[in-house]
Write a protein that binds this ligand. Structure first.
Ligand code: AMP
Length: 119
């Protein structure tokens, strides 16, 4: 189910570099390689979880708490805590999830517009 060769698994193993923002025993945060806003960070659990369903069913309370706290910490470290930011996690095909390792995007640094493009 979990693909050990996905790009974030390789970052976690140190095989591919990242621009690290924050790390603790359960979580890693780094800048997105193709930023969609002036601030675009990614926060990922270190465990092998594909999606929120996977994570909430299998992760420990400590892992879940660490991930949530890391999101707040990264917003502060990237200087968007006061100006505002958006947190987003894509899951599955309809949400266009490209990397099959759970990740939260943090966008900020400018007005972000509406949450979804209206059709
Ligand atoms: P998603 O569509 O939600 O799966 O988002 C995947 C995100 O990972 C995209 O915003 C990519 O730009 C980002 N990404 C892909 N490869 C890397 C990498 N090596 N380092 C940092 N971010 C990456």
């Amino acid at each position: 189910m979990y693909d050990d060769n996905n790009i974030f698994a390789r970052i976690l193993r140190g095989e591919i570099p990242c621009k690290k923002i924050f790390e603790d025993s359960h979580t890693l945060a780094f800048d997105d390689i193709n930023p969609q806003a002036p601030v675009h960070a990614l926060v990922i659990p270190k465990g092998k979880y594909v999606s929120m369903k996977d994570f909430t069913e299998k992760a420990s309370d400590a892992e879940m708490a660490a991930l949530t706290r890391a999101i707040g910490k990264v917003a502060e470290l990237k200087g968007v805590k006061e100006s505002g930011y958006r947190v987003l996690a894509n899951a599955g095909v309809n949400a266009h999830q490209e990397v099959p390792h759970l990740h939260f995007h943090i966008f900020g640094g400018a007005a972000l517009g509406p949450m979804l493009v209206k059709k």
